[in-house]
Write a protein that binds this ligand. Sequence first.
Ligand code: ATP
Length: 405
Amino acid sequence: MNFADRFRPKPRPAADAAAAEPKAQPRAGRAAATIAARLTFEAVERRYQSTLALAGISLDIAPAEVVCLLGPSGCGKTTLLRVASGIERPTSGRVLINDQEVAGPARFVPPEKRNVGLMFQDFALFPHLTILDNVAFGLKALPREEARREALAALVRVGLERYAGDYPHIISGGGQQRVALARAIVPRPAVGLRAEPFSGLDVQMRERLQEETLALLRETRATCLIVTHAPAEAIRLGDRIAVMRAGRLVQAGKAETLYRNPADLFVARLFSEINEIPLHVEGGALRTPIGVFAVPGLDEGDAAILCIRRRAIRLGRAGQGLPGRVLHTRFQGDLAVLEIAAQGFERPLLTLVREWEVPERGTEVSIAVDPESVLVFPAEGWRGDDAKLAPQAAETSGIQAPRPR
Ligand code: ATP
């Protein structure tokens, strides 16, 4: 009998099985369902001496919604998780779970009473406990055998039941992450909080684990807040993405919305590779060799940044559009990056072409740009400095797709 078999329930007559051991069956291949909760942050601030780690975050996460918190190092993502879990108290503002205040002026509910599961970046399995006991660790409230059966079901779900009786060091880093994932889902928290769950893994393992996590999140239907530095990960996992910078929430929405209508240059850069062209408003618009773009909200002479997505530049034969010349090509796998000297632009434009369509250096080409994919931002308000608070970052969302005229 292998280790996992020892925890499989023995067959027994149906009537007394239900009465005596209702949770006896490990749910092979299915994760146990959770009753998801709404998680709400209302103007949450967290100050550490002179550092304002959270500068008034308001975010409402619907039951069973998966939201990825995305932002550069030090922008306050972990602090927000810690505040949600109850490890940290907000300096001001409120946190609510299912509309009940769990942190705020009126009340503070300690972490163990919130039904919130927090999975840290350093997921630290206990080396002296078996993999099964590591997973069962969070189920102290259950009788030991029942806890181990639940833990085994979670291990079945992540495909590691055959290692149940082994110690963590014998499995790979990716395997250990999976064990940590099993440990995180087994108590069925109503809200799951995850800090950088996939850091330190190779690309393939990361993608596999992302897929598995996504499947598990959908099955368990837990509300989930996941911290990440990686836009691709946020796009893949999140129903919505909340972008933070310097303690503020810059923009929250579906990945498509953030891609199409980024609130500012910072968000645009996260989701797209762009050419940034500094210009000034002239005659009420930005005048460029590829078109004239309206600039709602900007005054005559104001500095602006015109953004052309690399993907939006189409190349054609010379003589069919704006003249350009290929200066340089860079192989990048399926796509290659081309540097093009384009007439009327001071600096070369970068564009992407399929690897098998790369022209020779020096080739004369023509350039066309889809005006719908051009973005315009005020040059003020984004200083490119992550370490400081960017005033009005959340208010610079008036970035309508500019209309060519
Ligand atoms: P990373 O992605 O690197 O983990 P983060 O976005 O999670 O960063 P936080 O760890 O939340 O950022 O930190 C936000 C800010 O608060 C940083 O400036 C950090 O130095 C500061 N900070 C966090 N915890 C403390 C603390 N206990 N004492 C003092 N300052 C702190």
